[in-house]
Design a protein around this ligand. Structure first.
Ligand code: IPD
Ligand code: CA
Ligand code: CA
Length: 268
């Protein structure tokens, strides 16, 4: 791996991943509810501290935007690292071995690097803009399936935005009618990476935050996938409503599952 910033990000992800692996399934950590259905543990905070200190040791003039402690380093730097120290905290708390460390680097607001590490499966997904995407050093690509009725599509329920549930359930109904099957994994960054390597044919979720999607979305695009919001525009970076897959399936999902008339008010 020639890219020095990617090397540092991978080192930071491994350090946090070790902490996750040592603590998953234990009951000796503190769990707090930040908001309804939104948990944080002292392991999340420790992972974020480890990632931020590894990055800032190498790049003291960069900034850090982390889910748990907001900003560190130079807030006005052109380089900003976006960290989700444990993506899939509910899985982690329940001892479900499906969570990840997610680290992206933006330069002037554009994502340049993405690292998503699943410490339990020892899978390291990486991408650098314009250089393709890999898993454990092997090049990955999105699936080539063109038939929505044969597709396995990942999604998530808006448990933190209950007011959107009825609209979402109508969408879910169309989704299950149109595709072969549906998955909900509890880890958005891995949902994006699983789509990037063809395990899922497509993925859609609403209300994601930059630390949930920034790294995985670059990995997905570098693996040949495309990303839109539920209206077919690039505004997912603002709304957090994201739909990804190969171009055929994204188009099919936009026309057959996402219904702009119905969803514009709540999901835009
Ligand atoms: C959550 C997970 C989950 C997704 C939520 C995210 P967290 O992140 O990625 O799969 O459905 O939207 O907020 O809170 O575990 O870091
Ligand atoms: Ca997250
Ligand atoms: Ca998190």
């Amino acid at each position: 791996m020639a890219n020095p910033m990617l090397t540092i990000a991978v080192r930071a992800a491994r350090a946090a991943g070790n902490l996750i692996a040592r603590n998953l399934g234990q009951d000796n950590f503190d769990v707090q509810e930040k908001a309804k259905n939104d948990l944080v543990t002292d392991i999340d905070k420790e992972c974020e501290r480890v990632v931020a200190s590894t990055l800032l040791k190498a790049y003291p003039k960069h900034g850090i935007i982390g889910e748990e402690s907001q900003e560190r380093g130079m807030a006005d730097s052109e380089y900003q690292w976006i960290i989700d120290p444990i993506d899939g905290t509910t899985n982690f708390v329940k001892g479900i071995p499906h969570c990840a460390v997610s680290i992206a680097l933006q330069h002037k607001g554009r994502t340049q690097l993405g690292v998503v590490f699943d410490p339990m499966a020892n899978e390291m997904f990486t991408a650098a803009r314009g250089e393709g995407a890999s898993m454990n050093g092997q090049r990955i690509r999105v699936g080539s399936l063109q038939r929505l009725d044969a597709a396995v599509v990942c999604t998530a329920f808006p448990v933190r935005y209950r007011a959107r549930m009825n609209d979402y359930l109508e969408l879910f109904h169309r989704l299950i009618d149109q595709c072969a099957d549906v998955r909900r994994s509890g880890c958005a960054s891995l949902d994006l990476c699983y789509t990037a390597c063809g395990r899922f044919d497509a993925y859609l979720e609403q209300g994601l935050k930059p630390w949930d999607f920034s790294a995985g979305e670059l990995i997905l695009r570098e693996a040949g996938g495309i990303s839109t919001d539920f209206m077919g525009t690039p505004n997912f970076t603002k709304s957090g409503n994201i739909l990804v897959g190969n171009p055929y399936l994204v188009q099919a999902l936009l026309s057959k599952v996402c219904d702009p008339q119905n969803l514009a008010g709540t999901l835009r």
